[in-house]
Design a protein around this ligand. Structure first.
Ligand code: GLP
Length: 244
């Protein structure tokens, strides 16, 4: 789906999410969302907050699972995805506190494996993710699943590519402070979502969008593995579509 710009694309995605939240409310069921961070979903969250404030969209039945978090990182650090989600969404809507889940960047290393397994279990217990929102890294990563991530991978600790650390360095005082590790949901955790919406804005994403959509489905370009998902949509702007 190609929109003139990020604003229109994000509004369209927000409308789809709002419709699903309302549909689930009417059926008295939880609406389970997989959420992403980075610059890409910012306008989507602004729009969801607007729908809450101006159109009475309630998040009381919404349960969320975030894709990833740096490791190690304190939840209130400026660059933490825990902080990002509170600032951009959770502090501004009526989602109950126990309903949102974001990987914890402070779990001791020896407990990470069990922590990640429990994260996956929580997703299953609530019935699986209804809609997974994704951005895309310049190297094709989704969440922090870097090139080479196996299609069967689960939530786990991963080593960040240097290209990813460079791309995200602007968030940190200097490159040496960008964490080398992250906790990320796996490709298989993402593939199990009932529906996936990947968003991409700007000409700097055009090349990787083309490789993901038109190239071979390969773990060297993690987003291209989404070609194997039965209900996946790329919502992009004209600039990100310019090489298609
Ligand atoms: C980050 C995140 C991803 C995100 C991607 C793109 O490192 N871990 O979830 O989709 O890279 O970032 P941006 O949206 O800022 O371009």
């Amino acid at each position: 789906e190609i929109h003139p710009a990020a604003k229109e694309g994000s509004q369209a995605v927000a409308q789809q999410i709002a419709a699903l939240i309302r549909e689930k409310q009417a059926a008295n069921e939880p609406c389970v969302l997989g959420l992403a961070t980075g610059s890409t979903p910012k306008y989507l969250y602004t729009e969801l907050v607007r729908l809450h404030k101006e159109e009475g969209l309630s998040f009381k039945n919404v349960v969320t699972f975030n894709l990833d978090e740096y490791y190690p990182i304190e939840p209130d650090a400026l660059q933490s995805y825990n902080r990002f989600m509170k600032e951009h969404l959770f502090n501004h809507v009526d989602i109950p506190e126990g309903n949102y889940h974001i990987p914890d960047g402070t779990v001791p290393k020896e407990k990470i494996k069990a922590y990640c397994e429990a994260y996956e279990r929580k997703i299953e217990e609530v019935g699986g993710i209804d809609v997974q929102i994704l951005g895309i890294g310049n190297n094709g990563h989704i969440g922090f699943n870097e090139p080479g991530s196996n299609i069967n991978s689960h939530t786990r600790l991963i080593t960040l590519d240097n290209t990813t650390r460079l791309a995200n360095a602007y968030e940190f005082p200097n490159m040496s402070q960008v964490p080398r590790l992250a906790i990320t949901m796996g490709i298989s955790s993402i593939m199990r979502a009932k529906r996936v919406i990947l968003m991409a804005w700007g000409s700097h994403k055009a090349k990787i969008v083309r490789r993901s959509v038109e190239g071979h489905s390969t773990d060297q370009v993690p987003a291209s593995l989404l070609q194997q998902h039965p209900n996946c949509q790329f919502v992009i702007d004209e600039q990100a579509a310019q090489e298609l």
